[in-house]
Design a protein around this ligand. Structure first.
Ligand code: BG6
Length: 506
């Protein structure tokens, strides 16, 4: 169990009646309460345009927990404690008066000695204005919440994704936030960093002596990262069609996974030490020329098909998608990391929607044994050892090794040494948002992204976006793939051409 936050805390959710709050944030808070992890003196303030009374807001919270909490039904005693300090402020998030109103509302919880965490779960166009107005009404400097000179430390702002649309807009947003507050107050969320197995990558690498000596180009041949979903664009076409999977999943979640696998040992488990190492990885990723984009990046878009037994529409047939859209719903990429550790080790990454199964995993492939003496049994090749971090759906870590199956003759068979969360700990891991909300309330930014990190990640994908836009004629097309398949066959071709084998399936 984690230590509790020490200070009384008020959490303000801007965009409190939206989808994210309903599906993720409110259930996460309730589950933290169930585990006794919320500060004893916890208050929640909803802040949104919708006209709600306090009672209507509490009803909204109840429905959110009833529908989306991983643990149900609601415990009545806990619920009355959880909802004892709740307020709701309705207002236009783009107008300063609303923030004045919010400041008034915050005083009812005896605001002088409280930490206040503002969660911007709004449309991205409000991130900049919200930061500005929060600052102007004194909620970020501490003026409105305390009298001591370090009072700013008591207020923090969590910023949801998307953080910018490209490098320029991400820089602009960083600047807007930094005009209103200090970097230490900004918690840019990437929910993949809150997933249990993602957090385990660093523990696994650096708390065990046996893997790190092998974790380099001498022993690792390549790395594969898969972020596959079965869902399509759903009701988010308005956002996704302007974004595409490269922006939606690769710039943030998938590159974060790559960083954690590739980084050097941080000097400590402090936020900036870890983030410094991630930034170094991002800076070492080789920049793509237009030729690289043509040769090492495969784009795809789902066609009509079947997910399980259900027939589903193709991307261009989805409500809200431009019929002439060129947006990619799949991408397969070969990255090179130009540093001592990873010289010559390709990192393959694929992310896509409407694929055959939902799976997020990272597989590290070790080079084959240097010499084999099994020729007389007709064995002249063995499979690589593969270490897989399965992030979802079944959290675990597997090591594929070659063994001899029972019997009189010598044969080789790949088997898995398996660690699964369910079996080893007998508990279901918490949702990513539980951990991240708790960390933000405690003031621990380790699992959040820093300004330079986010800009570097944009700098990695920028040349790809640029080549797609400006060198259209030289770029391969967006290949169609059937919904429910493994993605475009050209993504397999990419691996076959480069390493002589297709994508790995753990
Ligand atoms: C979000 C993306 O950040 O992550 C979505 O915007 C995607 O398009 C989602 O579906 C995936 O998250 P998870 O936790 O279900 O893997």
């Amino acid at each position: 169990m984690q230590p509790k936050t020490v200070s009384p805390t008020t959490l303000v959710i801007a965009g409190a009646t939206g989808d994210l709050a309903q599906r993720k944030l409110v259930p996460a808070l309730y589950n933290l309460a169930l585990d006794g992890l919320l500060p004893d003196d916890f208050a929640l303030v909803g802040f949104s345009r919708r006209e709600f009374t306090r009672e209507e807001f509490i009803e909204f919270l109840r429905e959110a927990v009833d529908t989306y909490s991983r643990r149900r039904p609601i415990d009545p005693a806990l619920w009355s404690k959880f909802t004892s300090k709740i307020a709701y402020v309705s207002g236009d998030l783009g107008a300063k008066e609303s923030y004045e109103k919010l400041r008034q509302a915050l005083t009812q919880f005896g605001s002088t000695s409280r930490d206040v965490v503002f969660y911007l779960a709004t449309a991205p166009e409000f991130f900049g204005p919200a930061a500005k107005y929060l600052s102007e009404v004194g909620l970020l400097s501490g003026e409105a919440i305390a009298t001591n000179p370090d009072a700013w430390k008591q207020s923090r702002v969590i910023v949801e994704k998307p953080f910018g649309h490209d490098l320029e807009s991400a820089k602009k947003l960083n600047q807007e936030l930094l005009n209103a507050m200090r970097e230490e107050q900004i918690y840019r969320i990437d929910h993949y960093l809150g997933k249990e197995t993602v957090q385990n990558i660093l523990v696994f690498r650096f708390a065990n002596g046996i893997f790190e000596p092998l974790w380099n180009h001498k022993y690792v041949s390549h790395v594969e990262i898969t972020v596959a979903e079965t869902i399509g664009v759903g009701t988010r076409a308005g956002y996704f069609d302007k974004s595409g999977i490269l922006r939606d999943m690769v710039q943030n979640h998938a590159l974060q996974l790559l960083c954690l696998v590739a980084l050097e040992p941080p000097v400590s488990f402090e936020a900036n030490a870890v983030r410094d190492e991630k930034v170094k990885v991002l800076r070492s990723i080789r920049k793509f020329s237009p030729e690289d984009v043509a040769n090492k990046v495969v784009r795809g878009r789902y066609l009509a098909g079947k997910i399980g037994n259900e027939a589903v529409a193709g991307y261009l047939g989805e409500a809200g998608v431009d019929k002439k859209s060129e947006t990619e719903t799949y991408v397969g990429i070969e990255f090179a990391i130009d540093n001592w550790r990873w010289n010559g080790v390709p990192f393959y990454l694929r992310a896509g929607k409407r694929l055959s199964e939902r799976v997020t995993e990272i597989s590290v492939f070790f080079r084959e044994a240097p010499h084999l003496f099994f020729e007389k049994f007709g064995i002249d090749q063995v499979a690589s050892n593969v270490l897989t971090f399965q992030i979802q759906p079944d959290e675990g870590i597997f090591l594929r090794v070659n063994c001899k199956p029972p019997g009189p003759s010598v044969k080789l068979q790949g088997v898995d040494m398996e660690f699964s969360y369910g079996k080893s700990f007998g508990v279901e891991p918490p949702e990513a948002y539980e951990r991240l909300l708790l960390d933000a309330m405690k003031g621990d930014p380790t699992l959040f992204t820093r300004n330079d990190e986010i800009e570097q990640a944009w700098a990695v994908v920028a040349p790809i976006l640029e080549a797609w836009k400006t060198s259209k004629l030289r770029m391969p097309p967006v290949y169609g793939y059937e919904a429910g398949s493994a993605g475009p066959s050209m993504a397999d071709e990419l691996l076959l051409r480069r390493i002589g084998r297709g994508w790995y399936k753990s």
